[in-house]
Design a protein around this ligand. Structure first.
Ligand code: 0FX
Length: 245
C-alpha cells in the first residue's frame, strides 16, 4: 500500500517519521512531500522529503497512491484528487467551528469550541466526514501558544492511537449537523492591526491579546503618534494554589 504524506509542519513530520519507524508499519510504503512554495520548511540533508506542487502533480498522485494524509499541508487539494483517492486531514480545530487557519486563535476570541479533528477530505476546506474528534477546553491563563502545544500533543496522540485503523479504512464516519465558520490567513492578518479607538471590555481585550500571543511571532501591533509600529504581547500568570499538580 502506497501512502503519501503531505506536510508543511516540521514538528508533525518528525513525530510521524518516528511513529512509522516501528515494525508495525513495515508493510506500508510512506512517501513524504512538503509544499513547493513553503520557503520556511527546513529540509535536513538526510531527510526523505521533497517539494510538490499539488495543482500540477495531482494526476501522478492519483496514479501512484492509495491514500493521502495532510499533516497541516498548506496547499488546497484539487477536487479531482479528493474524489479519486481517499484523503485524510489532521486538523488542529474542532470542525465545523473555526475551520481554516489558526483555530485556537479564533476560538479564544470568539469563544467557540476547540479540539482536534481527523476527517476524510472533500473539496471544501476542513470539511468532509469526521473519523475522530476530541474537544479540549481553554484555560483562562493560556495564550495561543500554550493552547497550541496541547493541540499538537493531542494530534500526535490521536494519530498514534488510530493510525492502523486509518490506514486500513477501518472506521465509521459522521457529519456535523451544520457548516460552521471559516477563517483565512487574511482574517488573521486583519486581526493583527489594533484600532486604538475601538471600545471593548477588559475581558475581550485580554482574550484578544492572549489569542495573539505566540512565542516566536510578533502579531498584534499599533502605530504610535510618530508613526512607529509597536508590537504587543501579553503575559498571564496563574497564582499557585491548592489545585496545582
Ligand atoms: O501548521 P499549522 O499549525 O496549521 C495551519 C492552520 O492553522 C491549519 O488549520 C491548517 N490545516 C494548516 C495547513 O496550517 O500552522 P503554522 O505552523 O503556520 O502556525 C502555528 C501557530 O503559530 C498558529 O496556530 C498560530 C501561530 N502563528 C503562526 C504564524 C505564521 C502566529 O501566531 N503568527 C503567525 O504569523
Amino acid at each position: 500500500m502506497n501512502i503519501l504524506i503531505l506536510t508543511d509542519n516540521e514538528y508533525l513530520y518528525k513525530e510521524f517519521q518516528t511513529l512509522i519507524s516501528s515494525n508495525n508499519y513495515s508493510a506500508y510504503n510512506f512517501d513524504f512531500y512538503y509544499s513547493y512554495n513553503n520557503i520556511n520548511f527546513n529540509v535536513q540533508n538526510n531527510c526523505e522529503i521533497k517539494p510538490i506542487n499539488l495543482k500540477r502533480e495531482y494526476i501522478e498522485i492519483i496514479n501512484n497512491y492509495n491514500l493521502v494524509f495532510s499533516l497541516h499541508c498548506k496547499q488546497i487539494f484539487p477536487s479531482e484528487l479528493v474524489d479519486r483517492v481517499r484523503c485524510i486531514n489532521i486538523h488542529p480545530g474542532l470542525n465545523p467551528y473555526n475551520r481554516g487557519w489558526f483555530p485556537q486563535v479564533f476560538s479564544i476570541i470568539n469563544k467557540l469550541p476547540l479540539g482536534v479533528t481527523i476527517h476524510e477530505m472533500d473539496k471544501e476546506l476542513d470539511h468532509g466526514p469526521i473519523i475522530i474528534q476530541k474537544e479540549i477546553g481553554i484555560y483562562s491563563w493560556e495564550t495561543s501558544y500554550d493552547v497550541y502545544q496541547r493541540i499538537r500533543d493531542l494530534e500526535i496522540k490521536l494519530i498514534k492511537n488510530n493510525l492502523i485503523k486509518l490506514l486500513n479504512n477501518d472506521y465509521r464516519t459522521f457529519r456535523p449537523g451544520f457548516e460552521g465558520n471559516i477563517n483565512l490567513k487574511k482574517d488573521f492578518n486583519k486581526l493583527c492591526k489594533i484600532d486604538l479607538e475601538k471600545k471593548v471590555s477588559f475581558k475581550d481585550a485580554i482574550d484578544y491579546f492572549r489569542a495573539m500571543t505566540f512565542k516566536g511571532y510578533r502579531n498584534s501591533y499599533f502605530f504610535d503618534e510618530d508613526g512607529r509600529k509597536i508590537f504587543i504581547e501579553i503575559r498571564l500568570e496563574r497564582e499557585e494554589g491548592e489545585d496545582d499538580q
